[in-house]
Design a protein around this ligand. Sequence first.
Ligand code: AMP
Ligand code: MG
Length: 342
Amino acid sequence: MKTKIIDCTKTIDDEALQQCGKQLRQGEIGIFPTETVYGIGANALDEKAATHIFEAKGRANDNPLIVHVADFDILEQLVEPPSEMEQKLIDAFFPGPFTLILKRKETVPNVVTAGLDTVGIRMPENEIARKLITYANCPICAPSANISSRPSGTKLEDIQEEFDGKVAFMIDGGMTTIGVESTVCKVIDGIPTILRPGKITPQDIEEVVGICKLDSHLFQSATGKVESPGMKYKHYAPNAEALMVYSDVEDTMIQLIKENLRPNTAIIGFQEHQKYFPNQKFYVHGHIHQLEEIMHNIFTLLRQVDREKPDFIIIEGVKKEGLGIAIMNRLIRSVSYRYIEK
Ligand code: AMP
Ligand code: MG
């Protein structure tokens, strides 16, 4: 298949987006930007098209896809009426980096939900994504556009090779603004529970409905039955072996890096710490306390470091608080749970 590249980095090419929308509706798959990460999308009501996404990514078929919509009216076709609390969450966080797990209707094919009786719904805010879904005139199921287990894509250049020839189109919208995937939330026994942390934090949810809890697997490996099948899988991993270190005390964190250095180590860490490692390859993920900046940079940095082929990677972690919860959830998986905290 010849993959068409659509450049929307400077201006949105409406005519090309209309064409892409039509291709999605007709059963093709394609890559597009959202405010979180790039997605690989298909018509969510077309079982065969959705299957192609699993094949292109090498994704386990028990790991369901999130269904993306551009307007509220379509919800009643896809899901049972939301509870009062679910409706409050929809009103507060749609459109945005937020996925709500709801009871699905039969219209959503089994492949999309991996046989679950629920479906994750998100309404992205990114203008290209919204237009594409509107032009497709159908809901779009879309996981992150990366080969399974690899870091998610926040720039088209990072993922282009992985999918060249496997998708009908790729829309370049520049670097995504947020940088990690949506917050996935499910109301369980009346309590909004975060199954995957993201830009919408537990505090944001508490402000709307007064309560929120974190699933117990966010910082641990999970096996067997879990609320969200994605928790079981290897994720965001660079090619080289990697270790994460964290301490509230900066000197301790620098010491932890020094103690664990090996030949040909790449460090991913804070701007303020670069000066302590003049002889190491050092990649800055952001400034101390600038969590938005770190969130924005982390996936593209993991891919950049990979291209330099180090033998070992040490990553500086952040406090598991606010946006730090989402950052640490991704980093802990990217180092395959090799983590020292002092
Ligand atoms: P991705 O779109 O690849 O970034 O992954 C979507 C995430 O949402 C995965 O971790 C899925 O397991 C999770 N997910 C999607 N649908 C559901 C659902 N119905 N119930 C629980 N988790 C879900
Ligand atoms: Mg993913």
